[in-house]
Ligand binder design. Structure first.
Ligand code: MN
Length: 343
């Protein structure tokens, strides 16, 4: 899929916003991942170089495997206390929404942002963006990651001379994590040209890979073992799913991000083209969807679980019990039997 170029009008409008801005806030989606955090950190560094005082605010904690990144110590977590975050957002003259396509992807934080008169800028790559929520939108549903979109934006603004090792490292982390270590969603040669350019800034790609992927705690590895043991395979639907209750998760001393990537494992089974991972928390059930080929995880998540994302990777939510969510999922799956057989 080609990546659409940003329109000159969008770039011009954005330049004007940048020229007058003094204080900016960068926000991301709920359960921020490597792309959300990497893109936010890179963007923050670029904005600071432009003389714009910038703070990152995320809805809830981010995974431990990102704690090594430069600048994460300054990220505010909205769930841990609203007053400082609200003060900063109210005082900002520019609000960046990174790796998210609609304010609804931020729960309580999104509801607060909706009440502010501050212009919002989207930097994102999810399908079906809610353009009306934003003053300027840099939306590239064909890009592998928001980090790649940010890189395009930096180029288009002629800001490449500002790039340094730390910014390149943050962008690389976003690209690497959203492609699951360059396995998915990176068939366009441009992704690798971008990576080649980033490597010229002296980043250590092996260090980044090890910090993100080879950093399981003992408990996280045991939780993965338990999840795989619990996996249900539905060969007639070429589907596998895993559902974990909050008690099960808590018994492995869960830390944010511990179940990240678990949804990918069922796809290692030959013939499986759709994988679903449900994890219960205090408020609801978060669901991850992964698919192969033309089968749309995005459509399934949108139709049945109030979510969305990308063709082969999407998220959704359920406010039912775990048993009811599984029952709803199995019911919903029935109408896709032929489609799944044809992948
Ligand atoms: Mn992303």
């Amino acid at each position: 899929m080609p990546v659409p170029y940003f329109t000159p009008e969008n770039i011009a409008k954005f330049r004007t916003l940048l020229q007058t801005a003094k204080h900016a806030v960068v926000v991301t989606h709920h359960n921020p991942d490597g792309d959300a955090i990497g893109t936010s950190l890179a963007l923050t560094q670029v904005l600071k170089m432009l003389g714009i005082n910038t703070t990152i605010i995320v809805p809830n904690p981010f995974p431990e495997f990102l704690h090594w990144m430069d600048g994460v110590q300054d990220i505010l977590i909205y769930k841990h206390g609203h007053s400082r975050s609200k003060q900063l957002m109210s005082g900002a003259d520019l609000l960046f929404c990174v790796d998210l396509n609609a304010l609804s992807r931020m729960d309580a934080l999104g509801k607060f942002i909706e009440t502010l008169p501050v212009p919002r800028v989207m930097i994102d790559h999810h399908l079906q963006p809610e353009m009306k929520d934003f003053a300027v939108a840099f939306s590239e549903p064909g890009a592998c990651s928001s980090a790649e979109t940010l890189y395009h934006l930096i180029k288009d603004l002629d800001l490449l001379p500002k790039l340094n090792t730390l910014i390149a490292e943050a962008i690389y982390t976003g690209i690497m994590t959203d492609t699951n270590g360059f396995r998915h969603n990176c068939s366009r040669p441009e992704v690798f040209y971008t990576v080649a350019e980033l490597l010229q800034y002296g980043i250590d790609k092996d260090k980044i890979y090890n910090a993100v992927y080879n950093s399981y705690s003992y408990n996280r590895m045991r939780l993965l073992g338990y999840a795989l043991e619990k996996m249900i395979v539905l060969p007639e639907y070429r589907t596998a799913y895993i559902a974990l209750t909050k008690e099960e998760i808590a018994s492995y001393h869960f830390k944010p991000g511990d179940t990240e990537g678990f949804v990918n494992y069922p796809l290692h089974i030959k013939g499986i083209v759709f994988s679903v991972f449900m994890s219960e928390n205090q408020e609801n059930i978060r669901i991850s969807f992964r698919s192969r080929g033309k089968f749309s995880a995005n459509e399934f998540a949108r139709q049945h679980f109030d979510g969305g994302g990308h063709l082969n990777a999407a998220g959704g939510i359920s406010h039912l019990t775990v048993e009811e969510t599984i029952a709803k999922f199995l019911q919903s799956l029935q109408e896709y039997k032929d489609e799944l057989a044809a992948v």
